[in-house]
Design a protein around this ligand. Structure first.
Ligand code: PEP
Ligand code: MG
Length: 897
């Protein structure tokens, strides 16, 4: 039978690989065990496995019996003996009224979810043990302060009592005594407050007193941590971060060490390198005479770790390096050991108890995209990791943050105030004062900046909806800062000049008055808050980004193309490293203001002659489009898709547009409206579109083919270098459709080459975007030189889910685990993937050198790209901004990630 509990610290040693397996003991538990083993100072403790959490959540506790009811007998036994390990190591006993052991109880899942789940500190205090603690510590004030913290935390986390009630009581107590800071409260005053806190707890529990039995306290806390896995905010966090719901959390029970034992004690959080920029400098904050939650809660503004950081910030309170040189030196030594051991940047929590350093946690540090790049490249240069590891270190999706514009350094800035540069990047948007409003306004397409005194896990949906986050309180490791960096949202924290009036929905920044809805801009790298919207500039693609991309290109097999239809997008995609066009949707060119009336004239024409007259007007326009695109893409493959959408999409809307069209065509409005009515379809997505248009109105495809070949010949004549046009026929389901249309394209190509006296290489192929096309791929390949998987329509038609209407139910479907992810974002590999695999195999069986690619949105999604690699596709195609993401994801796929 597997162990349910793993001890660490002291003389605990385990050869059981489960003791350091994150899926079993969680990230925190595994790292505590590892740190203890490499000789770092870790207070002893034990970890209850995630399996026990899942078991508990499945079977639950019977509320009608005592708290322990939900726990298996074996677990109760194992916890008791592991507690013995802590007691033996520290030489104190839980509940001992003379010299009590106190423990912390914390969650720790396999994948870290900062701030999402629950923690209880100082457990083991009651009316008796608090006296013992006062005696042995020689610090009565500390003992009673610890007890009131414990009551508040335990009541909140375990008993579900609103922590606001306790905060209010504390505020009133301070006001009564004319005190400003918690640190000014005396032992007596804390003692009085403890009595009040116990009364609050009892009142809220219908008269039942705050639990005094320390064993009951322990099991209550364990149960609360287990339950927190299923809390609403944890579920939302998992959904936003693609973390599975069936992993459970481990529970870490650890001997307490105290950062609040006077001025030689402290607590802090730190990173071994700067998580915002990736610079190689120790980074963090600490508070003297405080407990862990004080740093992250943003209640007191913490001090810097290093002298250099303090000076750079112009702060006057001493840094840890200055205030506690010995503990700081020890911390620096630990930092270096940790980086050597884990070969990655670490995010740690530590406590100094009366001058002695203790490590409470280490984990791989969350980082901005910019830092991720710099860390990967620097660590490879330092020899800490190799080039392949560097490639695998960077999350391709995180690159998105780097590819977007930043604030123009030369643009005028009306700076309202400056806070801490908590998460880099630029964001402009309307001020909103709460998370729900942020979500609502963002839902109607507005950019919003969430402005809060400080954020808490309840704000997570609003932070996600916002383009930027501004807080009045909190440091660089506050909740807002950590979460914003993880999400890639620019954030300015601790901007103390910001005063919020929630009731009036107003904001005061210094002497300036603003209201909800006013525009502001944040510069997350500088910590600046500006009025209005500040101009932006394009991103820098050289430096670390360029280096990592170069490495990625060396290690990838698949080509990366772009979906683009304007010369500008093509140029941008080329800068981002696109190696051709995977999809040029020609219909987008039809919407151009200068030509939409010719398009409408063509659609509403009564007969072929009428259509041809209109198409003659469009030919030079299309030729010009292709000419410009081919110039940018000289020498590269360009897949041009002939007209695809149903024609009614181009029809006039409203009387004014009909009147305009009547004036240009000479037809009456009534006539045009009648023709438009005739084009109505009940289900246009499955109607007269794609190659069906080419079969019924061949003159449309003829015009497009002519424009393509004329432009290709012209570019070749002008520059000596031709593109490789790949003419793509959409929505094919039979070999015969493609046979007819291929003949049409070849005839036009022959005509144009004859007229121009030159030839260019080209291919004719098709999209595979309907299930029948995938099934018949072997036959269709007889006519096709290439297949491009149109996985947008292939998903729509395989699932029978309309891509335009799915948003109403896809959210709940993903929440309930019916779909692991939105199938229009990440390919449904189990279902749609089978069709792709089959079509690729059947296509290759017919034509060994058939070119295979993907041009649906999935071509820019890392998980789908991995599937494309496994399927042996030749290339993926993504929108311009996704091209670097695809390059990196393709390299990671090649490296077998
Ligand atoms: C597709 O269906 O996957 C595709 C790329 O075409 P569109 O999105 O234009 O329908
Ligand atoms: Mg399509």
């Amino acid at each position: 039978m597997s162990q349910t509990v793993y001890p660490f610290g002291g003389n605990a040693k385990s050869d059981d690989p489960r003791a350091k397996d994150k899926t079993i003991v969680g990230g925190k538990g595994a790292n505590l065990a590892e740190m203890a083993e490499i000789g770092l100072p870790v207070p002893p403790g034990f970890t209850i496995t995630t399996e026990e959490c899942l078991d508990y959540l499945e079977h639950g506790a019977d509320p009608s019996t005592e708290l322990r009811a939900g726990f298996a007998e074996k677990l109760r036994h194992d916890v008791t003996s592991a507690l013995g390990h802590i007691e033996a190591t520290v030489g104190k006993r839980l509940g001992d009224k003379d010299d009590p052991l106190l423990v912390s109880v914390r969650s720790g899942a396999a994948i870290s979810m900062p701030g999402m789940m629950d923690t209880v500190l100082n457990l083991g205090l009651n009316d008796e043990t608090v006296e013992g603690l006062a005696q042995v510590s020689g610090d009565e004030r500390f003992a009673w302060d610890s007890y009131r913290r414990f009551i508040q935390m335990y009541s909140d986390v375990v008993l579900g009592i609103d922590h606001g009630l306790f905060e209010e009581a504390l505020e009133i107590a301070k006001e009564d005594k004319d005190l400003y800071a918690d640190t000014e409260m005396s032992a007596e005053e804390w003692k009085e407050l403890v009595a009040e806190y116990k009364q609050i707890a009892a009142d809220e529990r219908g008269g039942e007193p705050f639990p005094q039995d320390v064993t009951e306290q322990l099991w209550g806390a364990i149960r609360a941590v287990f339950d927190s896995w299923d809390s609403e905010r944890a579920k939302i966090y998992r959904r936003l971060n693609d973390i599975p719901h069936d992993m459970g959390t481990a529970v870490n029970v650890q001997a307490m060490v105290f950062g609040n034992m006077g001025d030689t004690s402290a607590t802090g959080v730190a990173f071994t390198r700067d998580p915002a920029t990736g610079e190689k400098s120790y980074y963090g904050e600490f508070l003297i005479n405080a407990q862990g939650e004080d740093v992250v809660a943003g209640i007191r503004t913490p001090q810097y770790l290093t002298k250099a950081a303090r000076e750079a910030a112009g702060a006057d309170k001493p840094s840890m390096e200055e205030a506690m040189p010995e503990a700081y030196a020890e911390l620096a030594r630990v930092f270096d050991l940790l980086e050597q051991h884990y070969r990655d940047m670490q995010d740690i929590e530590f406590t100094v108890e009366r001058g002695h350093l203790w490590m409470l946690q280490t984990r791989t540090g969350k980082r901005t995209a910019k830092a991720a790049l710099k860390l990967a490249v620097d660590m490879a240069d330092e020899g800490l990791i190799d080039e392949k590891t560097a490639i695998l270190r960077v999350d391709p999706m995180a690159l998105d943050q780097l590819l977007h514009p930043t604030l123009d350094p030369d643009a005028p800035r009306d700076v309202l105030t400056t806070g801490l540069p908590a998460s880099p990047g630029a964001a402009a948007g309307k001020i909103v004062l709460d998370a729900d409003t942020a979500e609502q306004w963002a839902g109607r397409g507005e950019s919003v900046i969430l402005v809060r005194v400080e954020t808490s896990p309840e704000d997570i949906h609003g932070m996600h909806a916002a383009t930027g986050i501004l807080t009045a309180r909190g440091g660089m490791t506050s909740h807002a800062a950590v979460v914003a960096r993880g999400m890639g949202r620019p954030c300015v924290s601790g901007a103390s000049a910001v005063v919020i009036d929630r009731a009036k929905r107003l904001l005061k920044i210094g002497s300036r008055d603003l209201k909800e809805g006013d525009l502001i801009t944040l510069d997350g790298a500088k910590g600046q808050v500006m009025a209005g919207e500040v101009a932006t500039i394009e991103p820098e693609l050289a430096g670390d980004f360029g280096t990592l991309m170069e490495w990625a290109d060396k290690h990838r097999r698949m080509r990366v193309r772009t979906n683009a239809e304007t010369p500008n997008d093509c140029r941008m995609a080329r800068q981002f490293g696109a190696e051709g066009i995977g999809l040029c949707r020609t219909e987008h060119m039809f919407f151009d203001a200068g030509r939409i009336s010719a398009v409408r004239e063509m659609i509403l024409a009564d007969d072929e002659n009428g259509r041809r007259a209109a198409l003659d007007k469009l030919l030079p326009e299309q030729r010009k489009d292709f000419h410009e695109i081919f110039e940018v893409m000289k020498g590269l493959s360009c897949t041009i898709r002939l007209l695809d959408p149903p024609l009614h999409e181009f029809l006039p809307h409203g009387d004014a547009e009909f009147e305009d069209l009547a004036a240009t065509t000479g037809h009456s409005v009534e006539h045009l409206k009648r023709r438009a009515g005739e084009l109505h379809e009940f289900n246009p997505m499955l109607g007269h579109r794609g190659c069906r248009l080419g079969i019924t109105y061949p003159e449309i495809y003829e015009m497009q083919a002519r424009a393509i070949f004329e432009a290709a010949c012209d570019v070749k004549a002008a520059s000596g270098e031709a593109p490789l046009p790949e003419v793509m026929i959409p929505l094919v389901v039979t070999r015969r459709e493609l046979e007819i249309l291929r003949a049409l394209v070849e005839r036009v190509a022959g005509d144009v080459f004859g007229e121009k006296g030159t030839v260019v290489d080209y291919l004719v192929g098709t999209m595979i975007e309907l299930p029948r096309a995938a099934l018949m791929a072997g036959e269709i390949a007889e006519e096709a030189r290439f297949f491009s998987f149109g996985t947008n329509d292939l998903t729509q038609t395989t699932l029978g889910v309309s891509r335009d209407d799915a948003s109403r139910f896809l959210g709940p479907y993903v929440d309930r685990g019916i779909f692991a992810r939105d199938p229009f974002v990440s390919l449904d590999i189990d279902g749609v993937g089978q069709l792709v695999t089959m079509a690729a195999e059947r296509g290759r069986a017919t034509r060994g050198d058939i070119k295979l690619g993907i041009c649906g949105e999935h071509g820019g999604d890392p998980a789908s790209i991995r599937f494309c690699e496994e399927t042996g596709l030749d290339y993926v195609s993504a929108s311009p901004y996704r091209v670097p993401i695809a390059r990196l994801a393709a390299a990671q796929a090649s490296l077998g990630k």
